[in-house]
Ligand binder design. Structure first.
Ligand SMILES: [Fe+2]
Length: 388
């Protein structure tokens, strides 16, 4: 029998206060959403790639008709503490009423961190951990332009501390965006490699949320629906983003996965992917894809029943749990190949670095949530399997 609350949970909790507005073309509603939030001066946090793509042009010019808008476009992949602290100086001198995060996970996480620095003194490094801030961050609207982050519905911001080459988690219940505007049409202009990597990030969120120790029946429902939506649409959207139903499924699946892991957790895939992202600046979704099937194999002794359940939900008719679970892992491996995501070996990371990667992965806040205990030896095993 599957327990109602997760293995480590006594009282089940679910918290997600963000208002979600979803649908193709919904970005045209942004001005009225801003008005409803009684804002007049806005800071839009994004990256130069988004500005260069032209996706932000109609948004900014429409906002400019009613509000004073400043743009901070210095966010990079795996956003750095130095960049956030620069954004903090800008936001403190501008004193806006509202932050808008526009972009992938990096821009949304950066927007959350800058919203925090707007109302709290000092550098972002001072706020690593849970609810370390004194004052409530500025209100925020999150507009994801990828299909993977989930950041629009979570309370966490992941920022790379450049001194330690370490990804810090900064979180608290006041850090949820007030509104998430989800427009599946943004996927029409998302480059193919980003559809692949962010889509695999979303799939990783859903699978880890469904199997980690703090899972609950509420997160299970969200995670299972997310897995079905993502696995049913990712390859279609990758090949043809003009297929409207596929775009909607991917965008919704990504957000449901965010709601799931935001209230359960992620596991060893994210622990190792965040380590590798911090050390070698590998895109988050690519790093997750490299390790998802390998970590699933590692977790098989304790997660087989759940993997088999997912496989059957997707149509597998095998009665044997081991066979069904392995078929799911194989399906994910094939998907990653069809999406042209490079293997871990392509990073050419020296085996001499593995002990340090393993050590840092164990230190990740989510390590204890992984369904099977992973120590440094466990991560060494995972790293060696990923190179094969
Ligand atoms: Fe992720």
């Amino acid at each position: 029998m599957i327990p109602v609350a997760g293995d480590g949970v006594i009282y089940m909790q679910f918290h997600m206060p963000t208002k979600i507005i979803f649908g193709c073309g919904v970005l045209t509603q942004l001005n009225s959403v801003v008005k409803d939030m009684n804002a007049s001066t806005l800071l839009l946090v994004t990256d130069r790639g988004i500005l260069a793509s032209g996706i932000a042009d109609p948004i900014i010019s429409h906002l400019n008709t009613s509000f004073h808008v400043e743009v901070f476009d210095a966010v990079e992949p795996n956003p750095k503490s130095t960049t956030i602290n620069t954004g903090g100086e800008i936001v403190r001198s501008l004193q806006p009423d509202l932050i808008i995060g526009l972009g992938g996970g990096s821009s949304l996480d950066a927007a959350k961190a800058i919203a925090l620095l707007a109302t709290n003194a000092g550098p972002i490094e001072d706020y690593e951990g849970r609810q370390k801030y004194r004052n409530r961050p500025l209100p925020m609207i999150a507009i994801p332009t990828t299909c993977g982050t989930g950041s629009e519905v979570t309370w966490v911001s992941v920022i790379t501390d450049v001194r330690r080459h370490f990804k810090m988690s900064i979180k608290g219940p006041e850090m949820f965006p007030g509104v998430a505007l989800l427009d599946p049409d943004v996927l029409l202009s998302l480059p193919q490699p980003l559809i692949a990597s962010t889509g695999m990030d979303a799939l990783t969120h859903a699978i880890e949320a469904y199997t980690v120790i703090p899972r609950t029946s509420i997160t299970d429902v969200l995670a299972l629906r997310a897995i079905a939506l993502i696995l049913g649409s990712l390859l279609t959207v990758y090949k043809n983003p003009h297929q409207k139903e596929g775009r909607e499924s991917m965008m919704l699946g990504s957000t449901l996965a965010g709601m799931a892991f935001g209230n359960s957790d992620v596991g060893a895939v994210h622990c190792i992917a965040e380590t590798i992202g911090g050390l070698y600046d590998v895109p988050h979704g690519v790093a997750n894809s490299m390790f998802l099937p390998v970590v699933m194999e590692y977790n098989l002794p304790v997660s087989e029943e759940r993997y088999a359940y997912i496989a059957r939900l997707l149509g597998n008719t095998d009665d044997d749990n081991t066979a069904a679970a392995k078929a799911l892992i194989q399906k994910i491996r094939s998907l990653s190949r069809e999406l042209h995501i490079p293997p871990f070996s392509s990073l050419a990371i020296s085996e001499d670095d593995f002990p340090e990667i393993a050590r840092r992965s164990v230190q990740n806040n989510s390590n204890d949530s992984n369904p099977r205990k992973v120590d440094t030896q466990g991560y060494m095993e995972i790293l060696r399997s990923a190179t094969r």
